[in-house]
Structures are given as structure tokens and as C-alpha cells.
Write a protein that binds this ligand. Structure first.
Ligand SMILES: O=C(O)CCC(=O)C(=O)O
Ligand SMILES: [Fe+2]
Length: 397
């Protein structure tokens, strides 16, 4: 929070709030940025004082890098040598809450999907076309899930047969059978992540998949990038052993899913692990494991990845897991241009228990609408300042 970001007019309007601001900065100086913001936001929102609201937003701009987990992950254990020994595979998953495998998924399948996705993104002006297209160099300001322009691309991508068939590929199914059991099947809810560069504020925060999916907590995700993806390009990081501490409370976050887990002491004692993923590498983790995306520090390229979720027959799922991601397009529409009928409605032949959706597990705390608005505003200011500062050759703001 720097003085030049506060106008003289604002300085005067803030005079009456000096004691409050001193208290807020006391909390921040003691290392608790979030407590400082929480203290100020209560008063600022109720005050109707523009200067105080501006102050809050400026504090949020300054807070982004302070609040984000600065993680230097240790190495993920490479579990390839365990394959073939089902007991060893299961035991390792149970112990660590993840399994990382090198070179599992055929590169041509991932590259073909990337080719189709980048065609759509280039077509819509998100990324450079032509020879550079596969690099996915962003041309527009970051778009977030939920924005109309985001859905222009996503509504086309979600129809790709290559996306949905990938979750059934024998390469992944073979690993999943060893990790979970013979009757394992993927949920049709296949997810594509379109992650922009230059936006650490939007990096997927630490979270568990359970609140979003519910059903069985044995539900297991498979995450894989659609090109090589190093830690500094935003690969997935896992909190080793964090699946053993139950469901964590939620808070609003600008990143994918708009929710982050509030980590308690037990979970915080777990170690972050990560990897420089090569295309074809895959990480699996059950739905109580805390994971997050590392920040995509590449200033040009988008990070494109997919994730699928798997469960055993006979276990519980919620209805939403049988819908396409964001549930905007019907399966009929999705299937229209598919070449093969084999995978259409495949889950109707599977046995599972439909569990009711528990909305309370997914709820955000009171005030989250204000929180979302303020964070979005602060993020836009932070991004604009970064870009301006770079254009003028200065240091990053
Ligand atoms: O790719 C990301 O940024 C998030 C992925 C994720 O949370 C998941 O696969 O469950
Ligand atoms: Fe997740």
C-alpha cells in the first residue's frame, strides 16, 4: 500500500478513520494480511465512504502476492516402478494421497486435443494463430470461468470428442484400475483448464475436489497438461498426505471454482510436492487431497490442461457429475458431430448410487458477493499496473 495510490481528496476523507487504519496496519505488520483486510472491509462496506472503499481495494491489490501461498514444492514420487503390483500402487496412494506417473498417456492423443482446442482459441482471438498456434500465446486480457467471452470458447471445446474419449483411453484406465479397482469408470464431467499467463491472482488455489463433486470420497482425479508444463508454467502441486484430515471449510477465491480451502494446522504440516510435467505425465489424487496450481509465470503462453474423475461401480456420485462441465450444453448437442457412438451415454450401463447434493458443503461464507466484486476490481487494477509498468520499462508493480 503506497501513499501515491491515495489521492489528496481521499486522504482528507480518510482523516476520521485514522485509528481504524492504524489498527489494520498493525495486523498487517504483524504478518496477518487477511485479518487486516477483514477488519477494514467490515467498516468500509458499511460506511458508504468511497475513500475508505478505495483504500480497501488498494490494500487488496497489495495483498495478492502476500496472501498467495509461496510454495517451493518438493519432488513428487514417481510411481511408475510400482505399476504391475496393485497392492503397492494402492498402498502408496493411501499413504501419500497422490500418485504421479511419467509418460503414461500417448502424446499424440494429447497433442491432437491441444491442436483442436488451440484452433478454437485462435479462431476466437484468444491466442496467436498461424505457425505459433500450438504455443497458445495469449492475445487478450485473461478471461475467467463464468464470463460470456469465456463461454464462447468453452461451449465449443466441451463438444470435442477427443476431450471426452481421452478419459477412457486404455493408458489411463490401466493405471486407474490398479489404483482403484477393476470396475473403475470415468465421470462424463470432463474438465478443460484454460489458464492465462500473467495472472497469478487467478491461479487455482489450494482446495479439495470433494465439495464440488461429493459422492464417494474415493473419487479420484487425473490431471494432465496438454504440452510440457513445468512448475513455473503452472503445473499442479499436491499437499502430500493431506487427504487424511476431512473436509475443510471454504472461502471465495478468483481462481477456477471460485473457492479455496481454509487450511488448518494439521494440513499445513503437510509438504507441497510438484513436478515439471512432460506431456504424457499424469497425477492422480482422491477428492480430499489438497492441491493447487502453481502460478503460470510464463508471460505469454496459456497453460492448457485437462482433468477427469474416476470412481468404482457401486459407489456414490451426485447428479452433477453426470452433466457436462458448466452444464450449458446438452449431451445431445455435444454428441452431434462425434464420429463414434461407442462412448455416448456410456455411464448408463454402470452401477452407482446417486447421492443427494449437499449444498452446505459447497457454500461460501457470508459476504462472498462483496468479496468477489472487490477481488475482481483489485485484480484488474493489479494486472493493468503490471502491464503499464512493463510497457514503461519499470519494475513489476
Ligand atoms: O488445473 C488447474 O488449475 C486445477 C486442476 C484441479 O483442481 C483438478 O484437477 O482438480
Ligand atoms: Fe481440483
Amino acid at each position: 500500500m503506497t501513499a501515491e495510490n491515495i489521492s489528496t481528496v481521499d486522504q482528507e476523507a480518510l482523516a476520521a478513520y485514522r485509528p481504524l487504519l492504524e489498527e489494520v496496519h498493525g495486523l498487517i505488520d504483524a504478518g496477518d494480511y487477511e485479518a487486516g483486510i477483514t477488519r477494514l472491509q467490515k467498516v468500509a462496506r458499511a460506511s458508504g465512504n468511497d475513500a475508505l472503499m478505495n483504500y480497501l481495494i488498494e490494500l487488496r491489490v497489495a495483498a495478492f502476492p502476500e496472501i498467495a501461498e509461496k510454495v517451493t514444492p518438493g519432488p513428487m514420487f514417481e510411481a511408475n516402478s510400482l505399476l504391475g503390483d496393485v497392492e503397492a500402487v494402492k498402498a502408496r496412494l493411501d499413504k501419500d494421497g497422490y500418485l504421479f506417473f511419467r509418460n503414461i498417456v500417448p502424446v499424440d492423443l494429447l497433442t491432437e486435443l491441444r491442436d483442436q482446442i488451440t484452433q478454437i482459441l485462435a479462431d476466437l482471438g484468444w491466442i496467436e494463430g498461424g505457425e505459433q498456434r500450438m504455443l497458445a500465446k495469449a492475445l487478450c486480457r485473461p478471461l475467467r470461468e463464468g464470463q460470456p467471452r469465456f463461454f464462447k470458447a468453452h461451449d465449443r471445446i466441451i463438444k470435442l470428442e477427443a476431450l471426452h474419449s481421452l478419459s477412457h483411453d486404455p493408458s489411463i484406465m490401466n493405471v486407474m484400475r490398479q489404483a482403484l479397482g477393476e470396475t473403475v469408470f470415468p465421470h462424463p464431467l470432463s474438465i478443460v483448464r484454460l489458464i492465462f499467463p500473467d495472472s497469478p491472482e487467478l491461479a487455482t488455489p489450494p482446495h479439495q475436489d470433494f465439495p464440488n463433486n461429493q459422492g464417494t470420497s474415493n473419487l479420484t482425479a487425473a490431471w494432465m497438461p496438454l504440452a510440457d508444463c513445468s512448475i513455473s508454467e503452472g503445473s499442479l502441486a499436491i499437499m502430500e498426505g493431506s487427504h487424511k484430515f476431512g473436509v475443510l471449510p471454504l472461502k471465495f477465491h478468483l481462481g477456477a471454482g471460485n473457492r479455496r480451502a481454509v487450511l488448518n494446522e494439521q494440513v499445513l504440516s503437510c509438504r507441497w510436492v510438484g513436478a515439471d510435467f512432460k506431456v504424457g505425465d499424469i497425477v492422480l489424487f482422491p477428492s480430499l487431497t489438497v492441491h493447487k496450481a502453481m502460478e503460470n509465470q510464463n508471460l505469454e503462453r496459456m497453460r492448457l490442461s485437462v482433468d477427469f474423475r474416476y470412481q468404482l461401480e457401486g459407489e456414490a456420485l451426485t447428479e452433477g457429475c453426470l452433466q457436462p462441465h458448466f452444464n450449458r450444453i446438452s449431451w445431445e448437442d455435444i454428441y452431434k458431430d462425434w464420429k463414434s457412438d461407442d462412448l455416448k451415454y456410456y455411464w448408463r450401463d454402470k452401477h452407482y448410487v446417486v447421492a443427494p447434493w449437499d449444498a452446505s458443503l459447497h457454500e461460501l461464507p457470508e459476504g462472498h458477493v462483496d468479496e468477489a466484486y472487490e477481488q475482481q476490481l483489485a485484480y484488474n487494477i493489479a494486472l493493468t499496473r503490471r502491464k503499464e509498468s512493463r510497457l514503461s520499462g519499470g519494475d513489476d508493480a
